[in-house]
Design a protein around this ligand. Structure first.
Ligand code: GDG
Length: 728
């Protein structure tokens, strides 16, 4: 059976030491439930920190810990207190957590914290390498381990790796503040599949990848070092049935009874969060205060129960928040409370599940108003628990979950007046309206629960890997190479259709004066001097430059993407009478775009106009290019022109002129018994489409193409051509 290795900062088991004895305390969270659903198809192993400082354990205890955890399907990563300080309390929570939630004022940038983060990611990598098998599926979770995918990939290039981020991915304007932004992005794209809760985070990530690393994507697929990386959104679900049926559990029933007695006739607003500044607890208490201030008729009729679970108590911002919340609770209760009625019931601790479920069940309203939240499962759990359909969710628009729960009363967490109004509206909502909203939300929560979520992510990972394998099989193997050479040797009428930029000379020289090197000229001359060979060089460049570069070589030429042909040392010709009057209409548009887009430039060829944006800031360039394509749409169809959007260029030329039509002049000339066509960009696809089935077609670089094979680089093209030339 194949295995899934789940990797997260913490194991779902906490190990503690009491009087020299190790104690194991399992925690059953949403993630553990989701992961357990994978066990039907896979053996699962969970790797993470067990919550105990490695220096507290002697070697015998470590062995016993590995053994005991192994029985529960877990494997420990041993970390010291210093690691936890620099990595978890440090870089994870003082840098990434705050920055990714857009709290730049709390974010610190310290080299030593970054160093520890790197070290700990290395330790995770080493631990995993010790236990991994080549066919395992790896699923890395969350912001603590963003370097891990690349670290693993470097050591095991064929490993199948998925990564899921549980927190928001910030807009690139925020993300770029990070000194180590590039390292984190590179770390992540070591994975095959990268998942986020929402489409917004996907877009933010792709945007950062483009702006910071210059990596383009096509429909959320990134072509990275001959690998496809897929980026997508997978909104995490909850264990719906567990919450939906909870009020039938005996323990929960008892809790409901107990709490009901205490709340009497009061309407109840519930809020449950870790005590974290992102959760908007302080702002929420202030909004509740505004509600009471503005609506005295609700005094002694409504209570708010706020559960705040202690979290990251070693970090100053959290200590300060605790103090502010304490003060605010004191203020509101002092200001509005009466003998026998306190408007806020505040619990600063974690409560057991039966109590949590009872609170959800009894809450007339759930007030979930984070300032920023990756998803927020509490909102989903509250709705799932409402098996009679009554209850109102007031939800912050800043939570990822807001994308899925439009039936909630959506509020801005900073707008106290709006929240106060929403509370009043909710308290007066009819039962029918509550049920209509709750039932429709429940349908989606039931359909896409945490098990479906986990399955969906795993299936996408497997699918991405399949797609990669398809691409990999297209790469020219040594066996295919031998076949080409053998066919070449056995044939006597051979045609070579070889593109120039990005194919004979490397791609990075594409927009420079990339004259052919001596090596290239020698190889091409050698091939061309065989009377059984016809070599044609195809290019988008102007005819004069091609003339100059190949004047001493016996090759035919195609210039300006097929506008000009030069055959058998005769002069340049066009296939169809070409027009260029249209240029007067198009040129001003391109000039206008050039003026409005710093770094771009317009190039005039004899029969085409080209707008280049290679030197423009990538996102801006792409936006402008889209605009330009739109503006050209109407004009090009009226003037019988073609606008092609290539790699950082838009080229406009007469319709019906392309490399393929030009190449056909040679392809149709005689019955060739060997044809090979090599090219790297969109314009070469026209040539590939004209070839007979028996021809060899090769695309340089990764990516989908009509060509039969892919090859890595211009250097490999030259090696192949040299091998053929040697066979003369
Ligand atoms: C991160 C992201 C994302 C809370 N108090 C008690 C208790 N809980 C349980 C809730 C819920 C979970 O903890 C909290 O989940 P959230 O999603 O609300 O928030 P984070 O802890 O910040 O989680 C978040 C999540 O990862 C998943 O990807 O949604 O955006 O920040 O399940 O029920 N459970 C018990 N007692 C408590 O006192 N038993």
């Amino acid at each position: 059976m194949a295995r899934i290795i789940i990797i997260s900062n913490r194991l779902p088991v906490t190990v503690e030491k009491y009087k020299d004895k190790l104690a194991y305390r399992p925690s059953v969270g949403g993630l553990a439930t989701g992961m357990s659903s994978l066990q039907k198809d896979y053996e699962c192993l969970w790797v993470g920190w067990p919550g105990i400082d490695r220096d507290q354990l002697n070697s015998k205890e470590r062995v016993s810990l590995v053994k005991e955890l192994g029985k529960m399907g877990n494997y420990p990563v041993f970390l010291s207190q210093a690691h936890i300080e620099g990595y978890y309390n440090g870089f994870c929570n003082k840098t990434i957590w705050s920055l990714f939630h857009c709290f730049t004022q709390f974010t610190i940038y310290e080299n030593h914290l970054w160093e520890t983060y790197r070290q700990v990611n290395q330790i995770f990598c080493q631990t995993i390498l010790d236990i991994i098998k080549p066919n395992d599926l790896i699923w890395v979770h969350d912001y603590h381990l963003m370097l891990l995918p690349l670290l693993l990939r470097k050591r095991m290039p064929d490993l199948n790796i998925g990564f899921f981020l549980h927190i928001p991915f910030p807009p690139s304007e925020i993300f770029r503040l990070l000194p180590w932004r590039r390292e984190l992005l590179e770390g992540l794209i070591g994975a095959d599949l990268i998942g986020f809760h929402t489409y917004d985070y996907v877009q933010n990530f792709l945007d950062s990848l483009l702006r910071i690393c210059g990596y383009e994507n096509s429909l959320s697929f990134i072509n990275y070092q001959n690998r496809i990386v897929k980026v997508d959104s997978f909104p995490m679900g909850i264990d719906f049935d567990h919450f939906h049926n909870s009020s039938k559990q005996e323990e929960v029933k008892q809790e409901i009874k107990k709490i009901k007695n205490k709340i009497g006739k009061n309407k109840v607003i519930v809020s449950v969060d870790r005590l974290d500044y992102t959760k908007g607890i302080l702002e929420r208490l202030k909004a509740f205060s505004t509600f009471l201030e503005d609506n005295p008729e609700y005094w002694e009729k409504v209570i708010m129960i706020q559960v705040a679970v202690p979290s990251r108590i070693d970090i100053p911002q959290y200590q300060q928040l605790k103090q502010q919340v304490d003060e605010m609770v004191g203020y509101v209760n002092g200001r509005f409370g009466t003998i026998g009625w306190s408007p806020i019931w505040y619990l600063y601790r974690s409560i057991p599940f039966p109590e949590l479920a009872a609170l959800y069940y009894l809450g007339d309203i759930a007030l979930v108003t984070p300032l920023k939240d990756g998803m927020n499962l509490v909102a989903k759990e509250y709705i799932a628990t409402k098996n009679n359909g009554t209850g109102v969710l007031i939800l912050s628009e800043m939570a990822g979950v807001a994308n899925e729960m439009s039936e909630a009363l959506i509020v801005n967490p900073n707008n106290r007046t709006q929240i106060s109004w929403a509370i009043k509206y909710a308290l007066n909502m009819s039962v029918q309206e509550q049920q209509r909203r709750v039932f429709s939300q429940q349908k989606r929560l039931r359909d896409y629960d945490v098990k479906r979520w986990a399955d969906d992510f795993k299936n996408h990972l497997v699918k991405t890997i399949d797609e990669q394998q398809n691409l990999a099989t297209r790469y020219l193997t040594p066996k295919n190479r031998l076949k080409i050479i053998k066919d070449y040797e056995q044939s006597i009428q051979r045609l070579f259709l070889i593109n120039y930029d990005g194919t004979l000379v490397p791609f990075h020289l594409k927009f420079k004066d990339a004259a052919p090197s001596q090596k290239i000229l020698q190889t091409i001359s050698l091939l061309a001097q065989d009377p059984e060979n016809k070599v044609v060089i195809l290019s988008g460049r102007k005819k004069d430059i091609l003339n100059k570069w190949f004047k001493n070589v016996k090759v035919d030429l195609i210039a300006e993407h097929g506008a000009w042909l030069k055959k058998n040392s005769s002069g340049w010709k066009t296939i169809v009478p070409l027009e260029k009057e249209w240029k007067g209409e198009i040129r001003p548009i391109l000039e206008q775009y050039t003026n409005r887009t710093p770094g771009s430039f317009t190039q005039e060829k004899e029969y085409s106009l080209v707008w280049h944006y290679i030197n423009v800031e990538p996102t801006f360039g792409r936006t402008r290019a889209m605009e330009l394509m739109n503006s050209l749409l109407y004009l090009t169809s009226n003037l019988n022109l073609e606008a092609n959007h290539g790699d950082k260029v838009i080229e406009i030329k007469s319709a019906g002129v392309n490399k393929g039509i030009a190449a056909y002049q040679w392809i149709s000339e005689k019955k060739w018994d060997f044809i090979i066509s090599i090219g790297d960009d969109w314009s070469d696809e026209y040539t590939f489409s004209q070839l007979p089935a028996s021809a060899y077609s090769i695309k340089v670089g990764p990516g989908i193409s009509q060509a039969k094979y892919n090859i890595n680089s211009a250097a490999e093209v030259l090696t192949l051509l040299k091998e053929l030339a040697k066979k003369l």
